[in-house]
Ligand binder design. Structure first.
Ligand SMILES: [Mg+2]
Length: 430
């Protein structure tokens, strides 16, 4: 048995990094060439190190650094103490400055203090669970109740994209700006990773162009579940139109329109299953959305729902109401993919492949980046999350951060490099 003090926190390290990101297009603009992430390391008295990964934007980094300074002596086996500290730090306007009062970003739903707390807690909770599991010599999924599957399915996440960033050489993926380009991209992602579900990020072109892309995918990959996510770019009326055009073709439509009432209107008129990572992104939004039948699939995301155990709470809530659950993704590396895979392995009724951006990232901070076989990641039974930090790589990516002035993700600003008048469009765009 480990010593009672073995799981106590001896040291916490927070490392902001910048990672390369291809020119993936969305409603707001385009992914920047470099995007921030934060890596959290929690070392226990026993010398075990737990890892967490989350957003690197200033609002998160500021809060994470303030929390990290107060964690020494807390117990990784008692995350309740962590929650108290996160709440205290996030409630302190003096510590956070303007971070608690940030404008809505548009792509991940509401932004408020509760969601900031949930996000900051999640980064450390993952590291605490990883550390505690390593102390005990068990995988993280065992601490979450035990895995019910050996592999977790992920989807091919397609994007409209430019051949390269403005002024840079084309990347290996090339351009995807029409149905043929989208099908070619899907083929490349599937050839490399074996994905058996396909999602297209929409909201970039007019609805008929995106309908044509989905139809082209349906012809090229008959039988594969297809999804389209325009990030609420459409009115309810346009959402109804697209849902009718793609009836029998889409597995589900993701956030066709903004807000619970408009989503409910689209579903009531068409019967199309609707998924969301925008109109339901916190527990307080669940009752109204479920009562109005606005969503049929909630896309969980431990990064902002409040961690791995909160993700299981969400899954149980969805199960109770007959709503499906799957997983949303933002740009991320292998620590996050490991955490996503451990929690997805525990959710009993996960019937849709989870989203991941990971194939778009050429870099990682772990020694053995994951591979996808048949579109799935194998669930690790190694202690903790089952991944190890590549400290040289982490140092390189931190040096890049220190040498750069990029501190926040801003897809609209990246688009202004090409179109100086660009602003993220008012909704509905179509
Ligand atoms: Mg989405």
């Amino acid at each position: 048995m480990p010593q009672p003090t073995a799981s106590r926190v001896a040291d916490v390290r927070v490392t902001p990094i910048l990672i390369t990101d291809p020119p993936l297009l969305n409603l707001q603009g385009v992914h920047q060439p470099l995007t921030p992430r934060t890596v959290v390391e929690v070392r226990t008295a026993s010398g075990h190190v737990g890892l967490g990964e989350t957003y690197g934007d200033t609002e998160y980094l500021t809060a994470i650094e303030a929390v990290a300074a107060r964690l020494e002596g807390t117990d990784t086996a008692r995350p309740a103490d962590l929650r108290t500290i996160v709440d205290q730090v996030c409630d302190s306007a003096a510590t956070l400055g303007s971070a608690a009062d940030v404008p809505a970003s548009g792509l991940r739903g509401k932004r408020d203090l509760g969601k900031l707390k949930a996000s900051v807690f999640a980064a450390f909770e993952t590291a605490y669970l990883d550390a505690w599991a390593r102390v005990l010599g068990v995988p993280v999924h065992a601490l979450l109740g035990g895995r019910v599957r050996d592999r977790v399915d992920y989807s091919a996440y397609l994007f409209y994209k430019w051949a390269g960033h403005p002024g840079a050489e084309p990347d290996a993926w090339g351009a995807a700006l029409d149905p043929d380009g989208v099908v070619e991209q899907a083929r490349a992602l599937i050839d490399r990773n074996g994905f058996r579900s396909i999602k297209l990020k929409g909201g970039v072109f007019a609805p008929d162009a995106e309908i044509a892309a989905i139809r082209a995918l349906h012809r090229a990959f008959p039988g594969l579940p297809l999804r389209l996510d325009p990030n609420s770019a459409w009115s309810a009326e346009t959402g109804v139109y697209v849902a009718r055009e793609l009836a029998g073709v889409l597995e589900y439509l993701e956030d066709p329109t903004a807000g619970i009432d408009a989503m409910a209107e689209v579903h009531a008129a068409t019967g199309m299953p609707l998924a969301t990572n925008m109109c339901v992104t916190g527990f307080d939004e669940v009752p109204e959305a479920f009562a109005k039948r606005a969503v049929q699939v909630v896309l969980s995301d431990h990064h902002y729902w409040g961690g791995l155990r909160a993700t299981l709470d969400l899954a149980a809530l969805c199960r109770t109401h007959g709503v499906a659950v799957s997983m949303h993704s933002n740009t991320h590396l292998g620590i996050s993919l490991a955490a996503m895979t451990h929690v997805a392995a525990v959710v009993p009724d996960l019937h849709h492949a989870c989203d991941t951006h990971r194939p778009w990232q050429d870099e990682d901070v772990i020694t053995r980046p994951h591979t996808f076989h048949g579109g799935a990641v194998e669930v690790s039974d190694a202690p903790g999350l089952g991944v190890e930090l590549d400290r040289d790589r982490l140092a390189d990516l931190h040096r890049r951060w220190a040498d750069s002035d990029v501190r926040d993700r801003d897809d609209a600003a990246a688009m202004r490099a090409v179109d100086p008048d660009w602003h993220a469009p008012r909704l509905p765009r179509w």
